[in-house]
Design a protein around this ligand. Structure first.
Ligand code: ATP
Ligand code: MG
Length: 567
């Protein structure tokens, strides 16, 4: 491709809203342009790399028996109502205003299950792996970070249908292995974490992550044993409060100056480990009192896991008053005004000597014994773990890192097949729901993640197979000097003949502009043809990643390039 004829609009300056490296470089190197918040056009150079990623995805999912579909992005809303996901998706789903009853699909479990229901009728039809690469629409609340979080993006989404749970394990494992190959093929340094299933429902799920300051996920990692989990589900060996040897009767005491846990610690000289904080949530329309230790933070993903519903929210001040008799800051498990379910974090299991609100504004109780003074309906792991706590697996200190999610694999089970009546007859003639899995990868996210990991201050550094061209041929002072131009054209056609994809910078630009653009665009090998070297029968090669330069004989060019790509 001659650069003078191609559309690669590089930029020197950018607006202030592009902050993270991949976003800035994708704009500057002419890969994408933003059309509106979270909506991007891929320009030819960017789309070329996106297609390479799609080829890798197709290759690896085909290799595990995946069959490619193309499903509609416009979906009838009824099918989403039948699985309860219009509510679960909330504002994330785009609803179409001038055509009642249609929505834009944020994912495709519903449509896949619809087809599975039509045709997968017998255990003999199973297992199946169906996939597609398709546009997804999600009304992300604050789209930022460029294509990492778009309102419209490509997803490779695959689904498995099995007759047995063991079959699901096999299909899941196949995807797990395929995903590792995909991210390895893309030269990404990634790690895998146990994850929450969120609005998707289902059982086991894992996420494929890259560590990045640009990430919106937090992951717990133990470098000693390799334990890794999304903060949404991660656990640790944080010390429980346990029992004190003296067990005094409950006593109410005034705490007029205490609004927060820190107030209690500072102004009343109390130990954080003996404080039981009350949090009230309305879960499926019912108030639930949740007891957390001291400053521990309630983890809503874990709460969702415990109750199996995402239908919850913190109680409003007026609801607090009605159910407990007090305002926030003075609520506790003893002497509640109305009966409500009370659960507590594992750290408070059967603890005594605790301080908590007395359900009277400005008063707390001390010496509370959870096993003597109140009914705790269940103890669960409900807290968000903190940096430096000891690993639940090996005891070493854990770290919390920011990460970008590239892919997610779920064991869905029968949630969608039951909701939509997708059943099959087993070998004994019994009717059972299909056992399903769901497996997604963001296509643009792979590209942006790659750039996050492969760039320097000058620009992108592509690496095979993720590259827009193999070679960037820079003609210095062409078209001014005829012999340089001729050498460039010869090299260009010879390299193309040998099967290399070449971008030939034949523009009437000064060398500085060409060098800067070449480093910004980041094609792995630059071939520089200029007057001085050419007079001695030579040309120069520059390796973008290392900056290494080499003067070679003109006739050795294709051998050198072949060596670079084959070695
Ligand atoms: P996130 O937590 O980042 O919003 P998610 O859990 O909503 O991701 P899934 O529903 O599991 O994502 O979608 C599968 C894959 O699709 C993700 O792993 C990610 O690579 C990609 N993806 C999800 N949302 C977006 C988006 N808004 N823009 C680009 N890619 C996305
Ligand atoms: Mg999301």
């Amino acid at each position: 491709m001659r650069q003078s004829e191609s559309f690669i609009p590089t930029l020197k300056e950018l607006g202030a809203d592009a902050i993270i490296p991949s976003h800035r470089l994708m704009l500057r190197a002419g890969l994408v342009r933003q059309v509106a918040s979270g909506i991007f056009s891929f320009l030819p150079l960017g789309y070329k790399v996106l297609k390479v990623i799609m080829d890798i995805l197709r290759r690896e999912i085909d290799a595990i028996g995946g069959q490619e579909f193309f499903l509609p992005a416009l979906n009838p809303i009824e099918i989403w109502q039948q699985t309860g996901r219009v509510e679960a998706m909330g504002d994330v789903m785009f609803h179409i205003k001038n055509r009642e009853g249609l929505v834009l699909a944020p994912t495709h479990e519903e449509i896949i299950t619809y087809h599975a229901r039509q045709h997968l009728k017998s255990y003999r039809d199973l297992p199946q792996i169906w996939y597609q690469i398709q546009t997804k629409f999600r009304n992300e609340p604050r789209p930022k970070s460029g294509v990492l979080r778009g309102r419209q993006f490509f997803m490779k989404d695959a689904y498995s249908m099995d007759a047995t749970w063991e079959g699901l394990d096999v299909s899941y494992q196949k995807h797990y292995e395929a995903y590792k190959k995909i991210f390895d093929s893309c030269n990404l340094k990634f790690f895998i974490v146990g994850a929450s299933s969120g609005a998707m429902g289902g059982r086991q799920s894992q996420e494929f992550m890259i560590e990045s300051d640009a990430g919106e996920d937090n992951c717990v990692i133990c470098y000693a044993c390799g334990y890794a989990a999304n903060l949404e589900v991660a656990s640790s060996n944080a010390h429980p409060s346990g029992r004190e040897s003296t067990n005094l009767p409950i006593e109410e005491f005034p705490t007029p100056d205490a609004r927060t846990i820190d107030d209690l610690i500072e102004k009343y000289n109390l130990l954080e480990e003996r404080l039981a904080k009350s949090v009230v949530y309305i879960i499926d329309s019912q108030p639930v009192l949740i007891m957390m230790r001291g400053n521990d933070e309630l983890n809503e993903s874990k709460l969702q896991g415990v109750f199996g519903t995402g239908n919850f929210r913190p109680a409003l001040p007026e609801e607090l008053l009605v159910s407990s008799g007090a305002n926030a800051g003075s609520i506790g498990p003893v002497g509640l005004k109305t009966k409500m379910k009370v659960i507590a974090d594992n750290r408070l299991k059967d603890a005594n000597g605790l301080v908590s609100g007395a359900n009277r504004d400005g008063f707390h109780n001390k010496n509370i014994d959870f096993s003597r003074d109140c009914t705790i309906d269940g103890y669960y792991d409900l807290r968000t773990v903190c940096e430096g706590e000891s690993c639940s697996n090996c005891g070493a200190p854990i770290r919390i890192v920011k990460a970008i999610e590239l892919g997610h694999i779920f064991k869905l089970g029968t949630k969608y097949s039951e909701a939509l009546g997708a059943t099959f007859l087993d070998a004994h003639g019994n009717e059972n729901p299909l056992i399903m899995g769901s497996y997604g990868i963001g296509v643009e996210r792979i590209m942006a993640a790659f750039i996050e990991q492969h760039h320097d201050e000058k620009g992108i550094i592509w690496k095979k197979p993720l590259l827009p061209f193999h070679v960037h041929l820079l003609g210095i002072n062409v078209p001014k000097f005829d012999d340089v131009t001729k050498a460039c054209v010869d090299a260009y056609s010879e390299l193309k003949k040998q099967g290399f994809d070449v971008l030939y910078d034949d523009r009437n630009e000064n060398p500085g502009v060409k060098f800067n653009d070449a480093d910004l665009i980041g094609i792995p090998v630059q071939v520089i043809i200029g007057r001085k070297n050419l007079d001695a029968g030579n040309i120069e090669i520059k390796i973008r990643e290392t900056g290494e330069r080499k003067v070679i004989q003109k006739s050795d060019l294709t051998d050198e390039i072949r060596k670079f790509y084959i070695d």
